[in-house]
Design a protein around this ligand. Structure first.
Ligand code: ADP
Ligand code: ZN
Length: 671
C-alpha cells in the first residue's frame, strides 16, 4: 500500500453473517504493517475477533471507531485476485465477505493459530505410494481436444471447455498432458475431483506423473498438514493441486489451468455458507486469471451442456474408448415380469444370477451396485401400518444387521429393532426393502465360494478402509464387490466383466426435478466400470420402470437423446438451466412456527420482488432433521444477479421471527 498514509481507517470483514464491512482506526502501532489481505485482531462486541483487511477509507462513517489492535500476518494471506473472487462469491451466493474469505484459507489460520511470514521450508505431505504411470501417445481425438486447450494456455485467455468423453475415452490423459504444458511454462494448475477418497486411482495418476510438485488437498488431512500443503502451494513449491471442492481456493501462483473432473457431481456444491458451487467458482476464477478451465464428464450436467449448445462454452468430444474398446452391452431386466412369474419379490433375477455364475466360473470379477445402504430399508407393523421413524427427523429408520440397530441416515439416531409395535402393541413387525448389507448376505448364500467385499459409508468409516478394499479387489482377492455410489466413480479394473444394478429405481423416485438426471448419471457411471479390459463386459440393470427415459437412454449409452428429452421437460416446467432457483429455508423446533414464518416470508417477498416466481412455502422433502422442522420458499427467475440484488435489498427490512434459523441457498442442488 503505497499511500495508505492518507487513510485513517481500515475496512474489516469478519466471519459473521453480516452483509457489511466494519471500520477500525489505524493507529501508530499498526500503521506500518497493515495491508489488504492480512489478518488483524479487532474488538468486536466485547470480544477479540479475527478480521480480514479488505480496504482502506479516509474517514470512518461513524464516530468513535475502535482501533485495529494488532496485525497478525507479515504478508497477505489472501491475494487481491482472491478478494475479487470472494467479492463475486458474496454477491452470487448471498453470504458475507468474511464467510467467503474464510472458505479460502486453512482452518488454523481462521482460528489465528499461526502468523504467515515469508520463506519457511515446508516438507511435502506424504503422498500415496504409486506405480509410475506411463505417458501415452494421444489418439487423434485426444490430440484435437488438447490442441484446443493449449491454444488458450499459450495466449493466456479465458475459455471454458466442456470435455464430453465417454467412460474410458482418455479424458484424464488429456488433463495430464495439458498440465504438463502448463508446468513447462512455469505455471500452476488446479484439478478438482468429486471426493479424494472415492477417486484414489485418478489422484494416483497425477501423483505418479508429477511427484512432489503435486499437493493433494484431502479433507482427512490433519489441520497442520493441510496448512503446510497450503504454504507449499502459496510459495510456489507445489504447482499442481489435486483436491475436492475447496481446493478451488488454493493460493496457486500464476494459475495456468483449472480442471473440474466429473463436473456433474453434486458434491461440488457446498452445503453450508458460503453455499458455492465449485464448478461455477472455477469458471469465475479462470476468468479472473485469464486461463482456460476444462469441465470433464461422461454425463455432463444439463447446465453445462446447455451452455455448450448455446456456444457459451466450447464443446470438445471424445467419442471412442481407448483401443476402440466397445462400451459394455446393457441388458434391462423388467422386475415386474420377474414378480409375475415367480409370484414373489426377489432380489436377483434369474438372468443376473446366471450371469454372476458364469463370470465366477471364468474367474473374472463382478461389481454389484445398489444405491442404498443398510439391510432392510424400513420396519413396519403389518397390523396397524406404522412405519418406524426417527424421533428427531422425519426419516424412516433403516435396519442395519451388523449392528442390530435401526439407524437414522440423517442424524445417526439408533434404537434396537422393536419386536412389538410401539403404536398398536402387536407383535407383527416386518422388515421391508433391500440395502447393500442384505445384498451382500444374499450373495453369500447364493454363491458360498465367492469372496465378497462391501463398500458403503457403513463399512468404510475407518481411515484407509477404501484403499484396503480397493487394493484387495485389484489383487483379485475379492470376486464380487458390492457397494453404493461409492463404487460408481472412476474405478478402473480390467478384470471386471459384469456390473449388476440391483434396483435402478432408488434415485429415480426422489422428490427432486433432477432425479432423472441423477439416475442417468449413476447408471452410466456404474456401467462404465464394466468391460475396461480385453474380455469386454456386460451390464444387467434390474428395474420396475424399464420404460423410464433415464434407464432406456443409459442402457443405450445415449447421452444426447437423454439430454434432448430432459431439456424439453425442464423448459416446459421452467426449471434450471432455463431459470435459477434460490431456496430460502426457515428452521424451527415448532412445526407451526416454521410453517407460518415461511408463509409470512413468502407474502413479504411477493410484495417486494418483481419478475420472480415464488414457489412454496412447503416443507422440505425431509421435513424434520435433528429436531428442526424445515420449510422452504423457492424463488425462480431468469436472471440470477438481478434476483440476488432484489432479494438482498428486500431482506434489509426483513425481520425473521425469534429463535428461527434462516438460510439462503442460491442454485441449490436439492429441493
Ligand atoms: P477417462 O478419464 O475418460 O475415463 P482415462 O484417461 O482414464 O479415461 O483412460 C482410460 C485408460 O486408457 C487408462 O488406463 C489410460 O491410462 C489409458 N489411456 C489413455 N489414453 C491413452 C492413449 N492415448 N493410448 C493408450 N492408452 C491410453
Ligand atoms: Zn434422525
Amino acid at each position: 500500500m503505497a499511500n495508505k498514509t492518507k487513510f485513517k481507517c481500515a475496512e474489516i470483514a469478519v466471519s459473521l453473517p453480516f452483509d457489511r464491512v466494519f471500520h477500525y482506526d489505524i493507529m501508530k502501532n499498526t500503521k506500518r504493517d497493515i495491508e489488504i489481505g492480512k489478518r488483524v485482531w479487532v474488538e468486536f462486541g466485547k470480544k477479540d475477533k479475527i478480521g480480514y483487511v479488505v480496504g482502506f477509507v479516509k474517514e470512518a462513517e461513524v464516530k468513535n471507531v475502535k482501533p485495529v489492535k494488532s496485525v497478525i500476518d507479515r504478508e497477505p494471506i489472501v491475494s487481491k485476485k482472491m478478494l475479487e473472487l470472494c467479492n463475486w462469491i458474496k454477491e452470487t451466493y448471498l453470504c458475507s465477505y468474511g464467510q467467503a474469505i474464510d472458505a479460502t484459507i486453512p482452518g488454523v489460520l481462521r482460528r489465528g493459530k499461526v502468523s504467515v511470514r515469508q520463506r519457511k521450508i515446508f516438507i511435502p505431505a506424504e503422498l500415496p505410494p504409486t506405480e509410475p504411470s506411463e505417458k501415452h501417445d494421444l489418439t487423434e481425438e485426444q490430440n484435437e481436444a488438447l490442441r484446443n486447450v493449449l491454444h488458450k494456455i499459450e495466449t493466456e485467455n479465458y475459455r471454458a471447455f466442456l470435455l464430453h468423453g465417454i467412460t474410458s475415452s482418455g479424458k484424464t490423459e488429456v488433463y495430464l498432458q495439458a498440465i504438463e504444458r502448463v508446468l513447462a511454462h512455469g505455471k500452476g494448475s488446479i484439478v478438482l475431483v468429486p471426493e479424494i477418497a472415492l477417486t484414489p486411482q485418478t489422484v494416483e495418476r497425477f501423483v505418479s506423473r508429477f511427484g512432489n510438485k503435486v499437493a493433494v488437498m484431502h479433507s482427512a488431512l490433519a489441520g497442520s498438514v493441510r496448512y503446510r500443503e497450503w504454504e507449499r502451494i502459496r510459495q510456489g513449491e507445489a504447482k499442481i493441486v489435486v483436491g475436492a471442492r475447496s481446493a478451488i481456493f488454493s493460493p496457486v501462483k500464476n494459475l495456468g489451468l483449472i480442471v473440474v473432473d466429473e463436473e456433474h457431481e453434486t458434491s461440488y456444491k457446498q452445503e453450508d455458507a458460503p453455499r458455492y458451487h465449485a464448478r461455477d467458482v472455477a469458471m469465475m476464477r479462470a476468468r479472473l486469471s485469464n486461463c482456460p478451465v476444462i469441465l470433464g464428464s461422461a454425463t455432463p450436467s444439463l447446465e453445462s451442456y446447455y451452455l455448450a449448445k448455446k456456444n457459451k462454452i466450447e464443446l470438445v468430444r471424445l467419442t471412442k474408448r481407448i483401443y476402440d474398446m466397445d462400451l459394455p452391452k446393457v441388458k434391462i431386466v423388467d422386475m415386474r415380469m420377474e414378480l409375475a412369474t415367480r409370484k414373489k419379490i426377489v432380489m436377483f433375477s434369474r438372468i443376473l444370477i446366471d450371469a454372476i455364475e458364469r463370470v465366477l466360473n471364468k474367474n473374472q470379477q463382478i461389481i454389484i451396485f445398489l444405491n442404498r445402504r443398510g439391510f432392510s430399508t424400513h420396519v413396519s407393523c403389518k397390523k396397524c401400518g406404522l412405519v418406524v421413524k426417527c424421533k428427531k427427523c422425519d426419516s424412516v429408520l433403516v435396519h442395519h444387521y451388523a449392528t442390530k440397530k435401526l439407524v437414522c441416515h440423517y442424524c445417526n439416531f439408533r434404537i434396537p429393532p422393536p419386536d412389538i409395535c410401539p403404536q398398536c402393541k402387536n407383535a407383527y413387525m416386518k422388515y421391508f426393502g433391500v440395502g447393500t448389507e442384505k445384498v451382500e448376505s444374499e450373495l453369500a448364500r447364493l454363491f458360498p465360494r465367492a469372496r465378497i467385499g462391501r463398500m458403503d459409508t457403513d463399512s468404510m468409516s475407518k481411515r484407509g478402509s477404501h484403499e484396503f478394499m480397493l487394493g484387495e479387489f485389484k489383487k483379485h482377492k475379492i470376486d464380487i464387490l458390492v457397494g453404493t455410489q461409492m463404487i460408481a466413480k472412476g474405478l478402473d479394473f480390467p478384470r471386471v466383466t459384469l456390473v449388476g444394478v440391483v434396483n435402478a429405481d432408488v434415485t429415480m423416485n426422489l422428490p427432486d426435478f433432477r432425479a432423472g438426471e441423477r439416475t442417468f448419471n449413476l447408471l452410466t457411471q456404474v456401467s462404465g466400470r464394466a468391460g475396461r479390459g480385453e474380455e469386454g463386459g456386460e451390464v444387467i440393470v434390474q428395474t420396475y420402470a424399464p420404460e423410464h427415459r433415464a434407464i432406456l437412454c443409459a442402457s443405450k449409452h445415449d447421452y444426447e437423446k437423454f439430454y434432448e428429452e430432459e431439456i424439453k421437460t425442464r423448459k416446459e416446467l421452467s426449471f434450471p438451466p432455463f431459470t435459477h432457483l434460490i431456496k430460502l429455508t426457515l428452521r424451527s423446533r415448532s412445526e407451526s412456527k416454521a410453517s407460518s414464518a415461511s408463509q409470512d416470508l413468502k407474502k413479504f417477498l411477493e410484495q417486494r420482488l418483481k419478475g420472480v416466481h415464488i414457489l412454496g412455502s412447503a416443507p422440505s422433502p425431509i421435513a424434520k432433521v435433528r429436531g428442526f422442522f424445515r420449510w422452504n420458499v423457492m424463488l425462480c427467475g431468469k436472471n440470477r444477479s438481478l434476483m440476488c440484488l432484489g432479494l438482498k435489498k428486500a431482506l434489509k427490512s426483513y425481520r425473521k421471527p425469534r429463535g428461527m434459523i434462516f438460510t439462503i441457498d442460491v442454485d441449490p442442488i436439492s429441493m
